[in-house]
Write a new protein. Sequence first.
Lengths: 205, 205
Amino acid sequence: MPLRLSRSQAKARTRKRLLTAAGEVFAEQGFAGASVDEIASRAGHTVGAVYSHFTGKDDLFLALFDEHAAHPLDGVGEIPSQCEDDETAFAAFGDYLAGVADRHTAWSTLEMEFLRYALTRPELLDRLAARWWAPRTAVARLVAPRCAAHDPAAVATAIIGLFEGLVTQRRVDRAAVPSELFAEALRWLMAGLARTPGRARADTP
Amino acid sequence: MPLRLSRSQAKARTRKRLLTAAGEVFAEQGFAGASVDEIASRAGHTVGAVYSHFTGKDDLFLALFDEHAAHPLDGVGEIPSQCEDDETAFAAFGDYLAGVADRHTAWSTLEMEFLRYALTRPELLDRLAARWWAPRTAVARLVAPRCAAHDPAAVATAIIGLFEGLVTQRRVDRAAVPSELFAEALRWLMAGLARTPGRARADTP
DNA sequence: GTCTATAGCCGGATAGAC
DNA sequence: GTCTATCCGGCTATAGAC
């Protein structure tokens, strides 16, 4: 491979740097609070570079929206392959949540900003909803064997909600949400599934 | 009581209207996106009124922070008094969460904005953390009898996290989070408490 | 494709009339 | 105490050099 980058490689690299910087600044300052100039300079460029890659601030934000990294819980399906036993698998899952929690902070902040932006643009809400299906599906697949009569998708939604809700509280008060609580709360939820009657189904005799 | 308002009453009324309008606009647009002019006109006034009551935009935001309405879950302690049985009490709690969920949207959005604002001002984070203790305590008191060996405060944290996380997901995708899920997930969590060993305590033989 | 310089606008804050 | 008019700084976006 060449030591010097080709034109298209250099261009792609600049674009990537701009998007990365944009993700940081939008997460820290919000869409309205972020300035194109700060994004550019944090990427090691000037505004001109931004406007050569994107038509404006909105376009940059939308591009970031589209290319935003996947949810940390998307890859959760690979956990149980490492251990056969269900109990240890869920313990591993709980530890995984606790480990991801703090790193997850930036992701969730930016996603909150996407949410605000999308709230006044219904067609974007749909795209956000579509993106949020991936982690739900991954978690649902993981927990399906232990969902008893319950809908795995509903259980996954609850787990993700619990996770995100704990992450938010932890940002405000680390002491109130010790990292062990992620695994502990998950255990409570999973243990309760077996003890609880499933939904009544119309097609069940 | 007089038909005409006294000077101080009129002043207080103006202040209240400004704060209410500020709450709406800050929630919709974020701190940076909100304009003082829009806040004033939505309150039926002009910028002059704002600067006679507050020293600036920041001061207005901080005043709103201090006087922000209590968390909907603060008053949750009054629920069980209406029914003796534990099961029906928690069913009532679940229904309460579902009922509050959609109305809660504006509250949680504004609180998210407080969070962002506070993230770069550590002393504010403490005040936010202090405010979030009230609902935790109220919920902890309610669920304490059913927490088995677990810390009621931790259980309350999990319940509130679950609630907030579901509310957020519901804003993006109502179909993914049907209102029954609030009560259902709560039931899973509570049922799991009894089935799960409590924390090892150093002072327990 | 990227930089520099600048146009043009918007919004926070102030001054003075009432 | 509130309104109107205005100043001023910062920001988006564009034009033109390289």
